[in-house]
Each structure stands twice: as structure tokens, then as C-alpha cells.
Design a protein around this ligand. Structure first.
Ligand code: ADP
Length: 248
């Protein structure tokens, strides 16, 4: 059996008055490429915050890499790229390599000095996302898609085992989305980085993912992508209370 990197058992969460997640059980194993689907307000960001340790479950348990999340020490094993990270304006005073280098703090600790091979690590992380020739450019002068690749490099430089991406293609031109997902698939297959991808691009990403989870307060489905393909459109619409496009 493959190693579980995330194991949520009957997790529930509510903000002051709003119940957001109910009895969530979810297991993500080493090597999975999971697409997390759900309309706005279905609890996706809250679920990610629980995994990242930014929120604590009201009930239930979370294990990360086989350890209770409350005692988990290796936060650098989990990389996170938010949908808002690619929003630098052209005047932002940092180069691409400086942005990526700042990701090393996660590995070394904020006040420790950088490793001797920091520049090499930065170069490799940029090469992994096809952005090495942009190292000296100002981050604000890059397109949305290029900025997002740089932020993935910033996460990669800490050498994570799991990468969580929250709608990373928001702000990427339509014609570049395919290439962006090719790059994620490469990281998943060649670098064996487990992926959790929050996305609405269900059709486009369909060939790259291994698993699907459908969230709307509870997990309505979690399983292999091929099994998801056999579920009827009517069933999916019923989970979400309105029409949601299915993977073709
Ligand atoms: P998604 O990421 O799927 O859009 P969220 O997890 O952001 O969903 O939000 C789920 C629900 O929780 C929404 O109804 C949202 O309004 C509510 N919510 C999110 N964050 C907070 C917060 N900090 N305080 C109160 N309610 C919140």
C-alpha cells in the first residue's frame, strides 16, 4: 500500500455561525494527483487551511505523513501556492531569483543563513518550471502565467513532497493553461511530487490527474478519475444543487 501523506478522519469545521465542513474523510497517498472540485463557498479553501495547519478541526483528526497534525514538524514538506500570489504590479522591486530564494526560508528557518548552494537550488527550481532564463527579471514585468510559475519555483526550492495549488490558473491566458498543466504533470510524474489542485478547469486537466474529490460541505465523491468519469451528470448536479460541468 502507498504511504498516506494526508489522512482526514471525520473532520468537521465551522466558523462562528457557519458550518463549512461536515464529517470529511479524505486520504491522499504518495504520488496522487488529486483535483479538488467544488463551487465557490463549498469549503475548499477551509479544507486546505486545515491541511496547512492554519485552522484546527472542531472534531475529527488530521494526520500528515503518518503523524498527528498537531505534532507535525516538517511543514517544509508541504508547499502551497495561492491563487492570489501572481498579483505583482510592474513596479514591485524584486527579481525572480529573489522571490524564489525567499522560499528557502521555509526550509532553513527565517533567521538562519541560507545554504551555500542557495543559488544552485534557485536555478534548479526555476529550471523545473521552465523559467531559468528569467532569473534576473523583475517579477512585476512577467505575465500572470510566468509569475505563477515563479511562485511554484518558490515552493519547489524548499523541496516539498506535497504541493497544494489553489486555482493556480486564475490570471493565466487561456492558450497557456495547457502548458501550465503539462508542467504540473511533469512535477508529479518525474519529480514524484504529490499534488492537490483546486480547479475549475475540469476538462483541461482531466488527462493529468489520478484522483478527483468533489466537495460541497461534505465529500460527495473521492476516488480514481476513471471511476469519477462513470458518474452521471445528473448525480453531480444533485451534489452541487446546480449544473456543474463534468470531466470529459
Ligand atoms: P471555497 O474556497 O470553496 O470558496 P471557503 O472555504 O472559502 O470556500 O468558504 C466556505 C464558507 O465559509 C463560505 O460560506 C464562506 O463565506 C465561509 N467563510 C470562509 N472564511 C470565513 C471566515 N474567516 N469567517 C467566517 N466565514 C467564513
Amino acid at each position: 500500500m502507498k504511504k498516506p501523506l494526508i489522512e482526514m478522519k471525520n473532520v468537521s469545521f465551522q466558523y462562528e455561525y457557519t458550518q463549512v465542513l461536515k464529517n470529511i474523510s479524505l486520504r491522499v497517498e504518495e504520488g496522487d494527483f488529486l483535483a479538488l472540485l467544488g463551487q465557490n463557498g463549498s469549503g475548499k479553501s477551509t479544507l486546505l487551511k486545515l491541511i496547512l495547519g492554519l485552522l484546527k478541526p472542531m472534531t475529527g483528526e488530521i494526520e500528515l505523513f503518518g503523524e498527528n497534525a498537531n505534532h507535525f514538524k516538517h511543514r517544509e514538506w508541504i508547499g502551497y501556492v495561492s491563487q492570489k500570489s501572481n498579483a505583482f504590479n510592474s513596479g514591485f522591486p524584486a527579481t525572480v531569483q529573489e522571490v524564489v530564494k525567499s522560499g528557502l526560508a521555509k526550509k532553513t528557518g527565517l533567521f538562519k543563513s541560507l545554504p551555500k548552494n542557495a543559488d544552485e537550488l534557485v536555478y534548479h527550481a526555476l529550471a523545473d518550471v521552465g523559467m531559468e532564463s528569467f532569473a534576473k527579471r523583475n517579477i512585476g514585468q512577467l505575465s500572470g502565467g510566468q509569475q505563477q510559475r515563479v511562485f511554484i519555483a518558490r515552493a519547489l526550492v524548499a523541496q516539498p513532497k506535497l504541493l497544494i495549488l489553489d486555482e493556480p490558473t486564475v490570471g493565466i491566458d487561456h492558450e497557456n493553461v495547457q502548458a501550465f498543466y503539462d508542467m504540473l504533470a511533469h512535477l508529479n510524474v518525474q519529480h514524484q511530487i504529490t499534488m492537490i489542485l483546486v480547479t475549475h478547469d475540469v476538462d483541461i486537466v482531466s488527462d493529468r490527474i489520478s484522483h478527483v474529490a468533489c466537495l460541497n460541505q461534505t465529500i460527495h465523491f473521492h476516488g480514481y478519475k476513471n471511476d469519477f468519469d462513470t458518474i452521471s451528470q445528473e448525480q453531480i448536479d444533485a451534489w452541487y444543487g446546480h449544473s456543474v460541468r463534468k470531466i470529459h
